[in-house]
Design a protein around this ligand. Structure first.
Ligand code: SF4
Ligand code: SF4
Length: 627
């Protein structure tokens, strides 16, 4: 039976995977990929699937590989920067291949909306010799998830299903089929030399891997006649458009009034490049406009093909500056790029018109400026402020400086004014390693010795902090680690992690104690305190920074995104002097300066009491106290 329902692209992928016979899923949360695993985890018990959040993407992939070697149908999920973490096993895996099936869902983030890079996973597929499918709609995401499992099983190779934010998070009607219980009758691991990578095996497998790319390219060219993922619509002019992913939808919309004139080549099986189909398309055109977000991947494939076959086709895309090389596209951006290309062609083909917007752009009021900051009442604000105060005290007392290395996650926001407490931020887990590296230089700015402080979150500590901390301790780095333990993976939507004691499927499990892990890593001073009392946090931060040798403080609190407010604070206007200290020091989005000089606290106050603790006039009190 089929049913039509409104699904987010990520949910559609989850349903497609479950329909394809998914048996084991693992992943690490990362926007915009997270909902794939969340959907699977919430249906796992019902369909007999095993689902888990792993400590990082490398572990997630290796776990899925192990299950696939047993013959299981497996899925691993991550965002594009997560693929960098998983790239080590990935590069070897393509040589070995898999049994069962293995689909790697990777979500790219053009824009970027929530990432430190705009990297393009299509290029990673090429780099690792792993086929890449690139859906443009939630329906295609559902159907391609099924195709990915089929291809992986048939070709004995992992398959990357790559999405971008608009496909992952866009919602649309999706026709889905009934899902059967996952077959638990998995063959099991069978010993074979094939599963142990050695140089000799690599040398034997490399020709197989290269031959596979040719076979897949042919297969993907054939797919043009098998389904609508890849499609060619022929126009009656000599101008053609090639596109991939969500850009195919923008292209279709942009040229809708010229669909009889302009040819359109929509490539969904992105790597290996379907050369035969591309050659057929190129045989009818003299000018090719390539529309794709992120890297000029398709453009390069076409340029190579055109050069290889000495074709007389001009290519217009990113390389000649007709389309932006970064950022997200939309229909207007595509129309601008097509028009720029048409102008360069010196053709009499009419330029495309932008549709008339319902509201003229110039009449749209500007959005309020909302600088990124911690939520009202977030424990991280207290910890960062405590370290700021402790560092200032130490500077005054002995002239020592402090460098603060941040990490990826909510705590990156410690960078924002007025806290201004993140001096470095690179990637997950790097805060600790970079602090260690900085410590070995022993100097900072004026030639004075500076103590290195690294901040990391609880989930990130498990992701890549442990190995970094072991290295720092082993190599005598003089660093202080602040673990901001708010009991969840907050930035991606509150997934559990090994410190919580709950699996992805909601089952109780052993909670791993971060402080104990730190002690076993060799950290000499390890303290755990709550993050409510600012004075205690300042004292603890000072003690940890002053300690000579590796030290760590685990600050425990609760993410305000998943807890109820404990009360609300208000300003006693009779006591307030209007010094504005509460606003200028903390940056809490619940407190605002007013023209009257007396700040105001809004209803989004969660009652953390931090502002009350810093007010020099005791003018901030619980609402009930003032009433
Ligand atoms: S108590 Fe103060 S600092 Fe805490 S959330 Fe309310 S206004 Fe913000
Ligand atoms: S810190 Fe206290 S006295 Fe100063 S403006 Fe805020 S509430 Fe008023």
């Amino acid at each position: 039976m089929t049913a039509k329902r409104i699904l987010m692209g990520n949910e559609a992928i989850a349903f497609g995977a479950m329909k394809a016979g998914l048996q084991v899923a693992s992943g690490y949360p990362g926007t915009p990929s997270t909902e794939v695993m969340e959907t699977i985890a919430s249906h796992a018990s019902k369909y007999g699937i095993y689902a888990e959040w792993a400590t990082n993407e490398k572990v997630a992939l290796e776990t899925a590989v192990g299950a696939a070697y047993s013959g299981a149908n497996t899925l691993v999920t991550m965002k594009q920067v997560g693929l960098n973490v998983a790239s080590d096993p990935l590069m070897s895996l393509s040589y070995i291949g898999v049994k069962g099936s293995l689909v790697i869902l990777v979500s790219d983030d053009p824009g970027p909306h929530s990432s430190q890079t705009e990297q393009d996973t299509r290029a990673f597929g090429h780099f690792s010799n792993i086929p890449v499918l690139d859906p443009s709609t939630p329906q295609e995401a559902y159907d391609m998830a099924k195709l990915a499992f089929k291809l992986s099983h048939e070709m004995e190779i992992p398959v990357i299903l790559r999405t971008t934010t608009r496909v992952s998070h866009g919602c649309a009607d999706v026709v889905t089929e009934d899902i059967e219980q996952a077959d638990r009758d998995i063959e099991g691991y069978v010993k074979e030399p094939r599963w142990t990578i050695f140089p000799k095996l690599t040398a034997q497998r490399h020709p197989w891997l290269e031959d596979l790319q040719v076979r897949l390219s042919d297969r993907f060219s054939d797919l043009f006649s098998e389904n609508t993922f890849n499609s060619i619509t022929k126009g009656n002019s000599r101008i053609g458009i090639a596109s991939s992913g969500v850009s195919s939808l923008y292209a279709k919309e942009a040229i809708k009034d010229h669909s009889e004139t302009l040819s359109h080549f929509k490539v969904a099986t992105i790597y290996p490049f379907p050369e035969k189909a591309a050659l057929e398309f190129l045989s009818d055109i003299t000018d090719l406009i390539v529309i794709e977000e992120l890297d000029p991947y398709l453009e390069e494939q076409f340029l190579q093909l055109i050069g290889k076959h000495h074709l007389n086709v001009n290519v217009y895309g990113k390389k000649k500056g007709h389309f932006p090389v970064s950022g997200e596209y939309d229909v207007d951006a595509v129309i601008d790029g097509v028009n720029s290309s048409l102008q360069a062609m010196n053709t009499d083909f009419p330029l495309l018109n932008h549709s008339t917007p319902v509201v003229a752009r110039e009449n749209i009021p500007p959005l309020p400026v909302r600088p990124p900051t911690f939520c009202a009442g977030c424990m991280h604000r207290t910890v960062f402020y405590a370290f700021k105060k402790a560092a200032a005290k130490l500077k005054k007392e002995n002239g020592k400086g402090t460098v603060f290395s941040g990490d990826i996650g909510c705590y990156t926001l410690g960078n924002a004014q007025p806290l201004n407490m993140v001096d470095t931020c690179l990637c997950m887990g790097a805060g600790i390693s970079m602090a260690a590296g900085l410590s070995h230089t022993q100097q900072y700015q004026d030639g004075n010795y500076a103590k290195q402080v690294a901040f990391i979150g609880d989930s990130t500590f498990f992701h890549s902090g442990i190995a970094a901390m072991i290295s720092a301790v082993y190599n005598n780095a003089d660093i202080t680690l602040a673990v901001l333990d708010n009991r969840t993976t907050a930035m991606t939507g509150h997934q559990p992690h090994p410190g919580i004691g709950l699996t992805a499927m909601g089952k109780p499990t052993k909670a791993i104690d971060i402080a104990e892990v730190l002690r076993s890593c060799g950290v000499e001073l390890v303290e755990t305190i709550g993050a409510d009392d600012l004075g205690e946090c300042i004292n603890m931060a000072k003690k940890a920074i002053e300690y000579e040798g590796p030290s760590a403080v685990v600050f425990k609190g609760k993410c305000v995104g998943i807890t109820k407010a404990t009360g609300q604070y208000v300003i006693d206007e009779d006591k307030c002097t209007g010094c504005n200290f509460c606003v200028s020091q903390l940056g809490c989005p619940a407190i605002f300066s007013m023209s009257s000089g007396i700040p105001q606290i809004q209803d989004n106050c969660t009652g953390c009491s931090l502002c009350a603790q810093v007010c020099p006039s005791d003018a901030i009190v619980l609402r009930e106290v003032l009433q």
